[in-house]
Design a protein around this ligand. Structure first.
Ligand SMILES: *Cc1c(COP(=O)(O)O)cnc(C)c1O
Length: 453
């Protein structure tokens, strides 16, 4: 076994090449080419199960129910949606397209959530027609919109109100800010003497017979490695729930604590442990409800990255290798080896978008060479087209080598583009020594087919 940040099924063969779930990556490349996304199905299922069972056990122990929604935006294909469902997860979607994938996978409407800060009428109608279990509303305007469309369809729409608690988390720390300057949700903080936007929205939902208020939703960030942020946000949401009950007599049944559970991207990174975080949150919310004198709601969480991120890796072929002398401010010049691969920011935008760090290794062979400081870059026309900012690679890295980047399962394919008219890579699943194509590689014909000349 190779260990984090690689998937649990990844390991080196006797000759040094990488295999995932018993499939030699050289065979995958011979059949499908590069770049390619590879998904370790058993790893995905294991993590889906781990989150569900950890949360069910911890929340069950304090007397609360919990549902786990897989955040489809991390990576949604028909097979992936089926795996999530088979492991007892529900599926969150954030557009008509994601909803279409979940429905194609025969996820029952009642087990699907619809998110988004700017849902169109068509998206809302599609969700209503599919009988989705919840629409998470994000503004007062949207409350009116969903009510009107539900009225037109003659149905009652189940809704949650997305609130912002002032707790933002991500990376290693969390911060609580007094006011919000971002597009999502409705703030629980009120201007002096006024009602908070969150409370106003909850009361507004209760006014509409076409809407059924399920509860309150809060998502505080992504790649969170410290559970304190979840607990802080949960406290705020539970207090709001109690306030609403006092104001309206309605104690809502559900509270969603969002996603954002952090994973290992680099060797040595420690992912959030689902058992520990589930216990921490369950104990905390139980204590808060006791203080508030309210019963516990049913909870839900929405992990995306933590389920699919570690299950994925991206395979590339090395093209050019170029030593570049870097003059360091006040220090000695040093050499950085630029290793160009046949993909880049079109298949993984996260390094360019967030400065996200990844780990890469040469995976088609072993090497006894010393390592050199390398930067893995793509083939796009941008100097910011970086795949891995800094990694030690064998000094004999050369054209034709296979290179794998670990933990690219989440927000790789789902954020991919056709920049420079590159066809997007396939998504290959590996399991028990066999592989199959979940999403085929795009072709130039696919791309030219959109161009009407
Ligand atoms: C992005 C998002 C998630 C999933 O976040 P991860 O970091 O992938 O776990 C869950 N819920 C909402 C509302 C989101 O926007």
């Amino acid at each position: 076994m190779t260990g984090a940040p690689w998937s649990t099924g990844a390991g080196r063969l006797p000759d040094g090449a990488l295999a995932v779930a018993g499939v030699d990556v050289r065979d995958l490349v011979a059949e499908h080419g590069t770049p390619a996304y590879v998904l370790d199905e058993a790893d995905f299922r294991m993590r889906a199960r781990a989150y569900r069972t950890a949360f069910e056990a911890a929340f069950g122990a304090v007397g609360a129910g919990v549902d786990v929604y897989y955040a489809g935006k991390a990576l949604l294909t028909v097979a992936v949606a089926r795996w999530a469902r088979e492991e007892g997860l529900r599926v969150d979607t954030a557009s008509s397209g994601e909803l279409a994938v979940a429905l194609r996978a025969e996820v029952p409407g009642a087990e699907i959530g619809l998110h988004g800060n700017n849902k169109s009428d068509a998206e809302i109608l599609r969700a209503l027609d599919a009988g989705v279990g919840r629409i998470i509303v994000d503004s007062l305007v949207e409350i009116e919109r969903v009510a009107r469309l539900a009225g037109e369809r003659g149905v009652v729409a189940p809704v949650m109100v997305r609130v912002t608690t002032g707790v933002h988390a991500g990376g290693h720390e969390y911060i609580a800010t007094a006011h919000e300057d971002q597009k999502f949700g409705l703030s629980v903080n009120a201007a002096d003497g006024a009602e908070s936007p969150a409370m106003a929205a909850l009361l507004e939902v209760l006014e509409h017979p076409e809407l059924r208020l399920l509860g309150i939703h809060s998502h505080i960030g992504s790649q969170i490695l410290d559970p304190d942020g979840f607990e802080a946000a949960a406290r705020v949401v539970l207090r709001l729930r109690a306030d609403l009950s006092e104001r309206s007599g309605v104690l809502v049944d559900e509270v969603d604590l969002g996603g954002g559970y952090g994973i290992a991207y680099l060797p040595g990174d420690v992912a959030l442990d689902p058992e520990r975080v589930a216990k921490d949150i369950a104990q905390s919310v139980s204590g808060v409800c006791q203080e508030l004198g309210t019963s516990l709601p049913r909870f839900s969480i929405e992990p995306g990255r933590a389920i699919v991120g570690p299950a994925g890796l991206t395979l590339y072929t090395v093209g050019t290798v170029k030593p570049v002398t870097v003059s360091a401010d006040g220090g000695a010049d040093f050499t950085r080896t630029y290793v160009s691969v046949d993909g880049g920011m079109s298949d993984n935008i996260r390094p360019a978008l967030y400065g996200a760090a990844y780990h890469a290794e040469i995976v088609g062979r072993s090497s006894a060479a010393e390592t050199v400081l390398a930067r893995v870059v793509g083939k796009h026309c941008e100097s910011g087209d970086i795949v891995v900012h800094e990694v030690q690679l064998p000094a004999d890295v050369r054209a034709g080598d296979l290179l794998a980047v670990a933990a690219t399962g989440a927000y790789g394919r789902s954020m991919a583009s056709n920049y420079n008219m590159l066809p997007r890579p396939p998504v290959l699943a590996v399991s028990d020594g066999a592989s199959r194509v979940l999403v085929r590689r795009e072709t130039e014909d696919d791309l030219l087919g959109l161009d009407q000349g």
